[in-house]
Design a protein around this ligand. Structure first.
Ligand SMILES: [Zn+2]
Length: 300
């Protein structure tokens, strides 16, 4: 009895101790499982952040971290290459089939679309869907007017300031997806500081960049754009003044030489069937030699 009495109280004590240990163990287990959840959850947000960044580069969302590396590695040699910006002017009246054929070129480039033409909206939409940059090709009065006609809704020299501003705004509204503007003709307007100021102030209000096509050597457009703080760039070469392939090839090579010498070049072509055909030969030829960029990337 005495023995039982002595062992008696120790058994509940042991049981109590056991139960206590079990509780402590459970508590610890729970605590650990919670911290491990937190540990698991914490690295998750960077994964989610990395995913959208890697998406344009890769179509494999399952590989979250890997696509970032090759993209960064690819950019290094490409950044060292001279930048080559191709702008194709006068879209709007060309058949959508020709625009689709042009936009099949697997490089970044820019199209400039005329307002109020039969295929204005369709052309801008095709180019945008193919990932190309879209600009308004703003018609402006040339010196040779009316023999040379810039087309409907053009910025004409004898219009008032109010009328010119309205015409620019209306033309901008006519082009979907535009992020920049360049001039179509315009040799009567681009040397005129007041008129170019009105035009460029309207462009600035839309946060667009400006490409001076340099159809007139005395153009002040680029300087006025700089003064107003509109990101801008000037054309260096016209590809297809002569539509013979040999002539276009010569201009293309001249642009390549300028790019290599100066680090960048902007070349303007037109949506002629001959030009589209020539580009299909010329573009694949110099891959690896230059980095094709959209015009907006050269606008500073
Ligand atoms: Zn033009």
């Amino acid at each position: 009895m005495g023995r039982r009495g002595s062992t008696g109280p120790s058994t509940p004590l042991l049981l109590g101790l056991g139960a206590f240990m079990l509780l402590v163990g459970l508590g610890l287990g729970l605590l650990l499982s919670q911290t491990s959840c937190q540990r698991k959850q914490k690295p998750a947000p960077p994964k989610l952040e990395a995913e959208p960044k890697s998406k344009p580069e890769s179509k494999h969302p399952a590989k979250v971290v890997e696509p970032v590396k090759p993209a960064a590695a690819k950019q290094e040699p490409a950044a060292a290459l001279p930048k080559f910006a191709l702008v194709v002017d006068d879209l709007g009246y060309a058949a959508p089939e020709l625009v689709t054929r042009l936009c099949a070129q697997p490089i970044p480039f820019t199209v400039a679309v005329l307002p109020y033409q039969e295929f204005t909206r369709e052309s801008a939409n095709i180019a945008f869907e193919k990932g190309k940059e879209v600009m308004l090709h703003l018609p402006m009065e040339p010196v040779g007017y009316p023999k040379a006609n810039p087309g409907p809704g053009a910025v004409m020299f004898n219009l008032t300031e109010k009328e010119i501003r309205e015409r620019v705004r209306k033309a901008l509204d006519a082009i979907p997806h535009h992020t920049g503007v360049n001039n179509h003709m315009g040799s009567r307007i681009t040397p005129d500081k007041p008129r170019m100021t009105w035009v460029l102030q309207e462009i600035k209000a839309r946060h667009d960049f400006f490409v001076d096509s340099r159809t007139e050597k005395d153009s002040v457009a680029f300087d006025v754009a700089k003064e107003l703080g509109v990101p801008s760039v000037q054309r260096k070469v016209f590809l297809d003044d002569d539509k013979a392939f040999a002539a276009m090839e010569k201009e293309w090579d001249r642009a390549l030489a300028i790019a290599k010498k100066e680090g960048e070049v902007l070349i303007i072509a037109h949506i002629y069937p001959e030009t589209v055909e020539a580009l299909e030969k010329l573009i694949p030829r110099c891959r690896g030699e230059v980095k094709f960029v959209k015009a907006g990337e050269l606008a500073k």
